[in-house]
Design a protein around this ligand. Structure first.
Ligand code: NDP
Length: 282
């Protein structure tokens, strides 16, 4: 009874303190979404388009970006443009931010979402791949954030970082990927405090996602685990709401927060559960 009461009180408190989302606030908003050619990034681009935002999207595949831009325009985006860029190349993150600033005349939302492809397998000592992945999944994020901070400060804008439950609670087969997500949580967690202490206008939202049904994720886990996957479009909408309401954190689906806490509260049970979630025989 006490446990149920505590959950109810926590639920009401969260509902009560969560600011309500006004879709109108995104009309004409200037948004840059990275990794928007597929998956959650693509879905975010479509939602922003439906809300009437002005969007710049980026990824490496120019042809796919072109198609996403066309769909954004047909869905109601006030503006939709793309720039192809490889985030492993040091000059590209700055180039993308400069392009967005020039074409949109400033920025209200910087949504950092892209990830480089990485194997879902035991780590076999490939340091070079991990180094490359850090460039794509981490260093380009901090470079773009730094470049965009002045303009976000002027517009009372938002920085939205897409992270993972694997950035809070590591699991097997994802050592390089999990390291990049832990790095993001550490860096942007620290930046959140610094901006608050400087009384900056910029909000920082870190989004912790569980398994989402994007093609690239499903390809990896098929036949390996039965963990339920949640819809990319709903994940995307939750991320957009979190940024628009300037909340510090999102956990989607909700139980990823419990999972993150359980690792510290009940480590032995959590470790057992994690290792038995995957089909593996040595
Ligand atoms: P996808 O694999 O569908 O999309 C990745 C995007 O990044 C694509 O647009 C891809 O386009 C782009 N990209 C890849 N390499 C580079 C590069 N070198 N430079 C620039 N862009 C690049 O990912 P998801 O939609 O599944 O994931 C989106 C976010 O959500 C990620 O941050 C991920 O960590 C997070 N997340 C996802 C989960 C899931 O289960 N799907 C779970 C937890 C978190 P292109 O290849 O054309 O460059």
């Amino acid at each position: 009874k006490t446990l149920i009461m505590s959950f109810c009180i926590a639920y009401i408190a969260i509902k009560w303190t969560t600011p309500s989302f006004d879709p109108e606030s995104l009309k004409g908003a200037r948004v840059l979404v990275t990794g928007a050619s597929t998956g959650i990034g693509e879905q975010m681009a479509y939602h922003y388009a439906r809300f009437g935002a002005k969007i710049v999207i980026t990824a490496r595949s120019e042809k796919v970006l072109q198609q996403v831009v066309e769909r954004c325009l047909s869905l109601g985006a006030q503006k939709a443009l793309y720039i192809a860029a490889d985030m492993a190349i040091e000059s590209e993150p700055d180039k993308v931010v400069d392009f967005a600033l020039e074409k949109l005349g400033g920025l209200d939302y910087l949504v950092l979402n892209h990830i480089g492809p990485t194997p879902f397998s035991m780590w076999e000592g490939d340091v070079e791949h991990t180094r490359w992945l850090m460039k794509v999944n981490f260093f380009s994020y901090i470079q773009m954030a730094w470049k965009a901070l002045p303009t976000l400060g002027q517009s009372k804008g938002s920085l939205i970082i897409i992270s993972s439950v694997l950035g809070k609670m590591p699991g097997p087969f994802t050592a390089p990927y999990a390291s990049t997500k832990f790095a993001l949580n550490g860096f942007f967690g620290s930046l959140y405090h610094e901006l608050a202490m400087k009384k900056s206008n910029v909000s920082v939202s870190i989004c912790t996602l569980g398994l989402i049904d994007t093609e690239s994720a499903m390809e990896k886990v098929r036949g390996v685990t039965d963990i339920p996957a949640y819809p990319a479009s709903e994940a995307a909408l939750n991320i957009i709401r979190t940024g628009a309401t300037r909340q510090q954190e999102l956990y989607y689906p909700w139980f990823t927060q419990i999972m993150s806490l359980s690792k510290d509260w009940f480590p032995a049970i959590t470790n057992y559960a994690i290792q038995n979630t995957y089909n593996y025989s040595p």
